[in-house]
Design a protein around this ligand. Structure first.
Ligand SMILES: Nc1ncnc2c1ncn2[C@@H]1O[C@H](COP(=O)(O)OP(=O)(O)OP(=O)(O)O)[C@@H](O)[C@H]1O
Ligand SMILES: [Mg+2]
Length: 235
């Protein structure tokens, strides 16, 4: 579905991505784990069109995304839940959700997306009129997730969705991510510092260090790899 090949990205003299390649298949969860500064968010931003790579290719179902604006990329079917959520704190839950549907042309399609999102996150249905900034951390993450789903993406990128959440909320969020990948057939690219959570919930994984992929494979293999356990799983 989504294919990234040899992507490089620098900020001035700082090289954040140094030849990164990965594949994100439909109906599967692909995860990227790595420490602070490894380049995880840079990779997500490059894919979503928020940063411009200096080399490499990024294709969605064989068509290049390079050079498209972020909203053109959303229109092609790729949505990002950014690190830190970036909700409109002073707008209501409903208004935040509608922002996600800006590019969905038909009112009927917007309604059906809304129904789907509210069925997935009933807590949002109860708080449609509340200001986004008044919601708990877990609710805000669900809102950010729901806003991305309103665009009806085929590929969903999530940048550290579990950060700051209690373990039980993390588990609920992961269950929602599994649900969209399995039942809606979405390709999910999940970036996590919580490597155990991400590896247990995903099909395949990539380990990013200093802008390079240093390991990749089926997630169950990486969970049992002594080097991964020592570096990322607190073993
Ligand atoms: N806007 C920017 N300007 C300059 N350097 C940046 C910028 N954004 C990121 N960097 C640098 O690029 C490198 C990769 O950063 P990135 O945010 O992609 O890492 P990350 O893996 O997402 O880290 P974290 O886990 O802390 O979110 C780091 O060295 C960082 O300091
Ligand atoms: Mg980051």
């Amino acid at each position: 579905m989504l294919q990234v090949r040899d992507v490089a990205l620098s900020y001035g003299g700082v090289r954040a991505l140094d030849g990164v390649s990965l594949d994100v298949p439909a109906r599967q969860i692909t995860t990227v784990v790595g420490s602070n500064g490894a380049g995880k968010s840079s990779l997500m931003k490059a894919i979503a069109g928020l940063e411009r790579p200096s080399a490499g290719t990024i294709t969605l179902e064989g068509e290049s995304l390079l050079g498209l604006t972020p909203s053109e990329i959303v229109a092609r079917g790729l949505a990002l839940v950014p690190e830190g959520r970036e909700l409109f704190a002073r707008m209501s839950v409903l208004e935040n959700l509608m922002v996600g549907a800006t590019l969905v042309r038909s009112a009927a399609a917007r309604r059906s997306s809304m129904e789907r999102v509210l069925a997935l996150f009933p807590v949002l249905a109860q708080k449609l009129g509340a200001m986004a900034g008044s919601m708990s951390g877990g609710e805000q993450q669900m809102l950010a997730f729901g806003r991305a789903l309103m665009a009806e993406p085929r590929v969903l990128l999530l940048d550290e969705p579990s950060i700051g959440l209690a373990p039980i909320i993390e588990e609920q969020l992961m269950a929602s991510i599994r649900e969209v990948s399995q039942h809606l057939g979405m390709a999910v690219l999940l970036v996590e510092q919580n490597a155990m959570l991400a590896l247990e919930s995903s099909h395949q994984a990539y380990v990013l260090e200093l802008g390079r992929v240093v390991r990749q494979g089926p997630s169950p293999d990486l969970v049992n790899d002594p080097a991964i356990i020592a570096s990322y799983l607190g073993g």
